[in-house]
Design a protein around this ligand. Sequence first.
Ligand code: SF4
Length: 317
Amino acid sequence: MPKLDLIELQRFVPAGIKYRLKPYYRKIFSNKLVVLLNPTWRCNYRCSYCCIVTKFAYTSVVPKAGERSGQEWLQGLEKLPPALIYLCGGEPFVYADLPLLVNNLPEKHSLVGIVTNLSQPTSVYRKIERKIHLNASFHREHTDGPEFLAKIKELSPHFHIQVNIVATPENLLVLEQIADELHAAGVELHVDPYVDIGFHYTPDQLRILHKHITPDRQPESQLDYDDYSPKRCSAGRNYINFSPDGSAYTCQGGMNFLHSPLHAGMAQGRELGYFRVGNLFDQDFQLNKEDVLCSMPCNIACDRDSTIIRAEQLVRS
Ligand code: SF4
């Protein structure tokens, strides 16, 4: 079966349709491997709401010196079955080997896209020789609308660009205006609920949010930090997260429970070992053969997008 060209697909499927289809992705492609690869945790921004850089610095887990080179990743990725690969971080474009990694990605893999804050010089982006999808994160604490839009216009001939924004309470106040400006510029906007332990939207905020979020986002269930019910989950089998040193985790949520002090209260006294899946660069590295039984709240959007999660009925003896 010819390899599905996701870039072509993304270019021609209107965003609205794409997000209506997304929740059904795993019904169609139940075993397709989805990889979230974080080549670096470093970033040039310090967004107040960021759980990777500002609220907790993942560079304390894997600093620059611990990052794998682009050549190492190319060799490591050869070990995996054909996968859909998503590059995030940190800010991937501060990782010097990104062009090497992207321009030479093993043929069997498809690059779904790269998350970026669009802050690097255009010359850095232009080192990417393929027309790929950029998920441009609009961080208003570090850039303004006109500057951000100007960068999108400059890069649009070379990349398929869609904008993502986190619906913080501050961003909610101007979301209508941002949506209108991007729409007028012909740029797709995707809105992600703001996930922060204990944070809940007010009814008024939810009303604004629901006008802009797409069917792939359910803030009510996503922001349930108390759901410790047992879940059978495909993370680790058809979905894997790689840290910059090659450490493999079932999911971003699992990485947070294991490393982030922000999640220490939720993780305390809980079995968390199943979130670890070794290291891609270990000789004996392999994906999980079975789904895991997870009893932790599942709050991270990309984790929920890429996994099959079923409620597990535990049989009481
Ligand atoms: S249910 Fe969520 S937190 Fe648990 S393993 Fe699956 S993706 Fe990770």
